[in-house]
Ligand binder design. Structure first.
Ligand code: NAI
Length: 390
């Protein structure tokens, strides 16, 4: 149970790139990082507009001289300070992630980076190698993966409660972009422009989240080949897809499917995962995150509730309030940031024993997301053909 006691004796000196006052995702980064006292926000290059970024940083309580015009200046100036930042979060549009992440690692910083880490698996592998060389971690914010019931599912699958896994059925399908809303909304505009998002829209923006839920729940499944069909229902978005279906074959013979969409009219979020084994199935839906359905063939459905004593210790350790009260996205993110801090500290202390089995969305999760999108695009652009996963 998390009760406010700090997991570390120190608080990591922390900065942000992006996540400015008008951004969609900046606040949840700060809320999650600051929740448990594991990070202290001391610096930032918060905005593409330097003046606006400075004013916003000051309003957050960041000293004005540590509100920088750009990330290059920030990394250089902070490295020269004795009390310079040790970690940075990157919450900028996707086309900037690679350069900022690389510069941060080179400046000796731990990194929390938004997905997708970058646009090509070659770049992703480069970042992974650099993080190893620098002994700095990269955490990736697949937010809902930090929800306790995801780890509950992971443990139940590891314990064999489902038997051999046969089917992984995934979807992340909202309806918010069923019309060309990007015409009036700057946060959506860059998402449908290849100059900012690279080769994909919903595959990278949405599907990688759910793919990582599956990887977390059933880490033993390895994709052997996949096929992807993608569409641009709002024609002006072509060649970027606003809808896609992906079929995957896993090495144990299991089959997976992932439907991702921004044009699922009427749907609020629609991120669901159902894992079907030979004996039983598990199902989780992010719009009702406190419940995990456990369905054993021939028995009544069981709804496992977050925070209850019958859950596994792995799930209960991240509990913040008992069962019955709702926890959700903010708590899941806080759990991730708590884990990022523990991993950063362990990495600084060269505590290999702790890191060996310590779960969090790490650089490998980031690399996998990039590789998966690359394979999906290769398949889709080749007539939705099967491609060996590479
Ligand atoms: P946004 O467009 O709403 O905000 C972007 C922010 O970055 C703005 O404050 C902008 O001024 C700033 N910015 C842009 N370029 C910059 C630069 N070079 N230096 C400093 N600041 C810069 O974008 P949004 O929706 O907040 O997305 C940001 C990132 O977060 C994207 O990579 C997106 O994919 C990801 N995201 C992740 C979510 C998750 O659940 N993990 C959810 C939403 C977004």
């Amino acid at each position: 149970m998390i009760n406010g006691v700090k997991p570390l004796e120190r608080s990591l000196r922390w900065g942000m790139v992006g996540g400015g006052g008008t951004s969609q995702i900046g606040y949840i980064h700060r809320s999650a990082a600051l929740r448990d006292g594991t990070f202290t926000l001391l610096a930032g290059a918060f905005d593409i507009d330097a003046q606006r970024g400075r004013a916003f940083g000051v309003s957050l309580g960041v000293p004005v001289e540590r509100c920088y015009a750009d990330f290059q200046t920030m990394f250089q100036a902070e490295a020269a300070r004795e009390d310079g930042i040790e970690a940075v979060s990157i919450a900028t549009p996707n086309n900037t992630h690679y350069a900022i992440c690389r510069a941060a690692l080179e400046a000796g910083l731990h990194v929390v980076c938004e997905k997708p880490l970058c646009f090509s698996s070659q770049e992703a592998e480069e970042l992974a190698a650099l993080s190893r060389r620098q002994n700095k971690i990269i955490g990736v914010t697949y937010g809902y993966a930090g929800h306790q019931l995801i780890l509950q599912a992971r443990q139940m699958i590891a314990d064999g409660q489902l038997g051999e896994i046969r089917i992984v059925n995934m979807q992340f399908c909202h309806g918010f972009h069923a019309q060309p809303v990007e015409q009036d909304n700057p946060s959506t505009r860059w998402r449908v422009d290849p100059r900012f998002v690279g080769p994909s829209y919903v595959l990278g923006d949405l599907a990688t989240h759910t793919l990582f839920l599956a990887e977390t729940m059933a880490p033993m499944l390895k994709i052997q080949r996949l096929m992807c069909s993608r569409q641009s229902f709002v024609k002006s978005r072509a060649p970027l897809e606003d809808n896609a279906h992906v079929l995957m074959e896993f090495d144990n013979g299991a089959i997976g499917s992932l439907w991702c969409s921004a044009v699922n009219s009427g749907s609020m979020h629609g991120q669901k995962i159902r894992i079907v084994g030979e004996k039983a199935s598990l199902e989780w839906w992010d719009e009702q995150p406190n419940q995990l359905r456990f369905e054993v063939q021939g028995e009544p459905v069981r709804i496992l509730e977050r925070g209850m004593g019958y859950l596994d210790a792995l799930a209960l350790q991240d509990d913040r309030i008992g069962g019955g009260h709702a926890e959700g996205l903010f708590e899941a993110w806080s759990n991730l940031y708590r884990r990022f801090a523990v991993a950063m500290d362990a990495s600084d202390r060269h505590d290999e024993a702790l890191l060996k089995d310590f779960w969090y969305p790490d650089v490998n999760a980031g690399v996998m997301g990039v590789r998966w999108v690359e394979n999906c695009v290769r398949s889709a652009d080749n007539g939705a053909s099967w491609v060996a996963f590479s």
